[in-house]
Design a protein around this ligand. Structure first.
Ligand code: 6H9
Length: 373
C-alpha cells in the first residue's frame, strides 16, 4: 500500500500545517473536504468547488454502490471521470451510512447485510467488498477501512466489543487492499468516549500500518465539548508523522478547536446542507437568510471572500430567493459556504505558518462561542 508523503511545514502548539502529496495533487493541510455524496457536491459545479479552494473531495460508497452501482461507475471510467473531479478523492467505507440510512441491516462477524433505503434491494458489505468498491471500482485515491460505527451513547462493554470488531475489519481491509503504489488506505479509531478504549483503538490502528488515521464515532450527537475531550484522550497515542482525519466534522468552531489539537483533515456536509436551508456561515457566525431582517440589507455576505456568491449578491436578494423558493438561493449559499469553509482553512494554515494561530483561535472561538451546540 502506498503511504503518501506527508510534509509538515510549520507548527504552533499542537496545530500543524503541511501537504499530503498524492499522485493526483497535493492536499494542503489542515484540509476540509467538501462532501460529494452521490458524485456531486450538491448544487455546485466541480469548477466552483475547485475555485473555492478545495484540494480534495469525499465520495460516499454507500450512496454510489446503491445508485448508479459501483460496477457501473467502473464501466463509465471510474468516479473521477464520471464526476469530472480530477483531483484527489477520498471515499468512505459505507459503514456509517449503513448504520444511519439503511433499512433492515444484519450485522455479523464478517460484514453487514442491508436493504437499500432507495429500492429495498439487498446488499452485502464486507471489508474486502468495501475495498473493492472504493479502490478498484470507484478508483479512490484514499480509501477508508470498513469499521463498525459504535452507537452513541453506549456502555463500555459495547464500545469494547465494537472496537475489537473494527480492529479485525481493519486487518481484513489491509489484506484486501494489498500493495498498491498510487492509492492509500486510512484506518479508523473508535472507542466511544472511554479513554482506555480510545487508547486501545489508537494503538491498535497505529500498529496495523495504515497510510493515515481517522477518528470515527464523532459528530454523532456528543456535542462540541465531548468531541474535544475525545480528541484530547486520543491524540497522545497517535504518531506525529501520520495525517489525522476527524470524520464528519464539523461546524467552524469544531474545525478551529480540532486543528488546535493537531487534526489535519475534515469532512462535513454542513456547508452545502445548511446552505440549502438558508444558513450562511460568516466570520461573525451563521446568518439565517430566511429572516426578515435581511429583507432590505444591501450588504453582501462577505466582501473579502473571493467568491461571487459572497461578494456580488445582496443579503436582500438572497432573502428574496429563499422566500420565493427559487433554486438560485440554495445554489448561491452552497457556493458561499463552501468558499467560506475553504477560506477558514486557508486562514488557519497561514496563521500556523506565521505563528499567529492561537491569536486567531482566541478571536474566532470567542465570536463563535454560541455555535457550539
Ligand atoms: C456527521 N457525523 C459523522 N460522524 C461520522 C462518523 C463516521 C465513522 O465513525 N465512520 N467509521 C463516519 C462519518 C461520520 N459523520
Amino acid at each position: 500500500m502506498a503511504t503518501f508523503p506527508f510534509e509538515i511545514s510549520a507548527r504552533e502548539g499542537k496545530a500543524r500545517t503541511g501537504r499530503l502529496k498524492t499522485p493526483r495533487g497535493d492536499i494542503r493541510t489542515p484540509a476540509f473536504m467538501p462532501v460529494g455524496t452521490a458524485g456531486t457536491v450538491k448544487a455546485l459545479y466541480m469548477d466552483q468547488v475547485q475555485g473555492a479552494g478545495a484540494d480534495i473531495i469525499l465520495g460516499n460508497t454507500y450512496h454510489l454502490m446503491l445508485r448508479p452501482g459501483a460496477e457501473r461507475v467502473q464501466r463509465l471510467g471510474g468516479l473521477h471521470k464520471f464526476s469530472g473531479w480530477s483531483g484527489p478523492m477520498l471515499t468512505d467505507s459505507g459503514g456509517f451510512q449503513v448504520w444511519s440510512l439503511a433499512q433492515l441491516r444484519k450485522m455479523d462477524a464478517d460484514g453487514v447485510t442491508f436493504q437499500s433505503h432507495i429500492d429495498g434491494s439487498t446488499h452485502r458489505l464486507t471489508p474486502a467488498r468495501s475495498i473493492e468498491i472504493q479502490a478498484d471500482l470507484l478508483g479512490a485515491d484514499i480509501s477508508m477501512q470498513l469499521d463498525e460505527c459504535t452507537n452513541f451513547p453506549c456502555t463500555h462493554e459495547e464500545a469494547e466489543r465494537s472496537l475489537a470488531l473494527s480492529l479485525k475489519w481493519g486487518e481484513r481491509s489491509l489484506d484486501a487492499f494489498g500493495a498498491r503504489d498510487a492509492q492509500t488506505l486510512f484506518g479508523i479509531i473508535q472507542g466511544s468516549n472511554f479513554p482506555d478504549l480510545r487508547e486501545r483503538s489508537a494503538k491498535g490502528v497505529t500498529a496495523q500500518g495504515f497510510g493515515g488515521i481517522a477518528l470515527g464515532g464523532l459528530a454523532v450527537g456528543e456535542g462540541h465539548d465531548q468531541m474535544c475531550a475525545t480528541i484530547d484522550m486520543t491524540m497522545p497515542h497517535l504518531p506525529d508523522h501520520m495525517p489525522r482525519y476527524v470524520m464528519g466534522v464539523g461546524k467552524p468552531i469544531d474545525l478551529v478547536e480540532s486543528v488546535a489539537r493537531g487534526i489535519d483533515m475534515f469532512d462535513c456536509v454542513l456547508p452545502t446542507r445548511s446552505g440549502r436551508h438558508g444558513q450562511a456561515w460568516t466570520w461573525d457566525g451563521p446568518l439565517n437568510l430566511n429572516n426578515a431582517k435581511f429583507a432590505e440589507d444591501t450588504s453582501p455576505l462577505d466582501p473579502v471572500i473571493n467568491c461571487p456568491a459572497s461578494q456580488v449578491y445582496s443579503r436582500a436578494y438572497l432573502h428574496h430567493l429563499f422566500k420565493a423558493g427559487e433554486y438560485l438561493g440554495p445554489m448561491l449559499l452552497s457556493w458561499h459556504n463552501t468558499a467560506f469553509f475553504q477560506a477558514l482553512m486557508a486562514e488557519m494554515r497561514a496563521a500556523i505558518a506565521e505563528g499567529r494561530f492561537e491569536a486567531l483561535r482566541a478571536t474566532l472561538s470567542a465570536g463563535w462561542e454560541n455555535t457550539k451546540s
